[in-house]
Design a protein. Sequence first.
Length: 271
Amino acid sequence: MIDLKKLAEAGSIEEALLDKVDLARLPVHIAVIMDGNGRWAKGRNLPRVEGHRAGIASVRETVETAARLELGALTLYAFSVENWKRPRYEVATLMMLLKEYLRKELATLMTNNIRFAPIGRIEGLDPSVQRELRYAEKETAGNTGLVFQIALNYGGRAEIIDTVNRIMTILHDKEMSDCVIDEDFFSNHLYTANVKDPDLLVRTSGELRVSNFLLWQIAYAEIHVTKVLWPDFRRRHLYEAIIDYQARDRRYGAVDQDDAGMFIEADEQHA
């Protein structure tokens, strides 16, 4: 039975948090490491796969909220290159849930003007999974709102290696061995080419590591860690992450004018 009181309380909390969000200073791109599905299931004496199943609701709410906020991009870390080490049944269930999500949510993606873009070594996935991914990508290609990237068979180091190999092939084919490679050139050949680097990286479950996720792209991202396990992550937790982000002073290695003035005065005193 639905607890209406809890629903009302959750709604009021969300409204209060949304009031604290500065809609004029939203992060353009949020990346999320979805962690804690296994622990969520274990805490309820359920099989690990039930945690993954429960996490679908969190994906749905996070994607829809990002679209409503009119963010530029949202990237979710769904399956890493290391995750193949997990039991075969768990991997198979994850892939089945992914296909189910894409089939059921495609209409929602279209309604919300969301463009779907899988990133990673997609060719290493089962052909049936590839077909679902490519179909959703093709159907939403004309949408102009949120870019929803899902990282599958993904690893940050693997992406950098793939990018280097891709660039080497291009330079060889075009006989451009003397070409100078700068950061922009390199970025334009990553899986995430044409998408702004994340401003905010969110990690659930309280773990303090980036887990080989978007290693190049998160160089200047603000990091928000919450102890909330992914299946429990909801709209209000995304608002909390954004509020935390907006409280940060992002200087990209520089100093503000007041601090610069202090350094100048100190130098003059010692001159």
